[in-house]
Design a protein around this ligand. Structure first.
Ligand code: UDP
Length: 337
């Protein structure tokens, strides 16, 4: 049985990926510092799969911590989610973002090099493309200057991994996520934003639940069919499954280069207003919203060309936008006291 380290395994995408790994027969060990997650998620994973993953509460910013972990554990592959992810906060606290997102990555790669550990999957983001010149966005689209320190950590992270793969004969896949939303069918795990949500879907569900008074739609003067910005919203379970496919590709030595990167989205763009309308339809909720000014740093439209990911990873999305929105709403409802 292959033993896989999942850093940030109690977070939104991490927890869903742990479930899929266990479903596929992998043994999982999680590292999470609980800075943006809750320990209850560990029990909830066990409720879904019947298996409690090994767990280390550990801060990866300490090289000693990382070394200590690898002294105690034999690992066949790493899926690295642990990172700060708030775009706005990263502008305020760039050094915290560089220390955490880059420091931890370097320590992990150093241990891989020193112990001959292979097979690394990296959480990247479509933010690396900025406002792409052509839609849908293929993997060949140029990387644009990052609009935030957060985005920069993803770009730099990919470069660090690429250089490490070249120098140390390691193999890695970077998955460039579009907009992950939704919750597991069991409604036992989902997105747990701290404080006021920055992302659209948690803000929508919290508004419908009466926790927030009104959703602000950031701009209706974009060059899109209805004027609101367009994104590619992917069900988190579909996204989680892409990680299993990528890991299997590395374990089977099917990768064509040491370092590869794939877009993980649905291929379909939806505007903010389309999201609002679909949400109202599938949940029978009325959403209180108003149009406000654009949010700084937002691009007009981003959606994936998934051709390469579909072919190379033998993976495709199975769930619809309505499935995702309904599960997000059920998850919100399940959070009532
Ligand atoms: N958005 C919005 N109101 C909100 C949060 C987000 O109108 O309260 C819009 C945002 O401007 C963007 C889309 O929803 O066009 C998705 O934003 P999110 O922060 O979820 O993801 P991003 O694409 O920025 O990573």
């Amino acid at each position: 049985m292959k033993r896989i380290l999942v850093t940030g395994g109690l977070g939104f995408i991490g927890s869903h990926t742990v479930v899929e790994l266990q479903n596929e027969g992998f043994e999982v060990v999680i590292i999470d510092d609980l800075s943006n997650s809750k320990i209850e998620v560990l029990d909830n994973i066990e409720k879904i799969t019947g298996i409690k993953p090994d767990f280390y509460q550990l801060d990866l910013r300490s090289k000693q911590n990382v070394q200590h972990f690898f002294n105690e554990n034999t690992i066949d592959g790493i899926i690295h989610f642990a990172a700060f992810k708030a775009v706005g906060e990263s502008v305020q606290k760039p050094l915290d973002y560089y220390e955490n997102n880059i420091g931890s990555l370097v320590y992990l790669l150093q241990e891989m090099r020193d112990r001959n550990i292979d097979n690394f999957i990296f959480s990247s983001s479509c933010t690396v493309y900025g406002q792409a010149d052509e839609l849908p966005i293929t993997e060949n689209a140029p990387i644009k200057p990052a609009a935030s320190p957060y985005g920069n950590t993803k770009q730099i992270g990919e470069e660090i991994i690429k250089d490490s793969c070249t120098a140390h004969n390691m193999n890695a896949i970077s998955l460039r996520y579009f907009n992950p939303i939704g919750a597991h069918d069991s409604i036992k795990i989902g997105e747990l934003p701290l404080g006021v949500p920055q992302n659209l879907i948690p803000y929508v569900t919290q508004t419908a639940a009466g926790i927030r008074e009104q959703l602000s739609i950031f701009g209706d003067d974009y060059e899109t069919p209805d004027g609101t910005a367009v994104r590619d919203y992917i069900h988190v379970v579909d996204l989680a499954k892409a990680h299993i496919s990528a890991l299997q590709r590395l374990l089977d030595k099917k990768n064509k280069q040491n370092f590869e990167f794939f877009n993980v989205g649905t291929g379909k763009g939806s505007s903010v207003l389309e999201i609002v309308n679909s949400f109202e339809k599938v949940t029978n909720q009325k959403l209180n919203y108003k149009i406000v000014a654009r949010r700084a740093g937002d691009v007009t439209a981003a959606y994936a060309d998934t051709t390469i990911a579909n072919q190379e990873l033998h993976w495709k999305t199975e769930k619809s936008l309505d499935d995702a929105l309904l599960s997000a709403w059920k998850w919100q409802e399940s959070q009532k006291g």
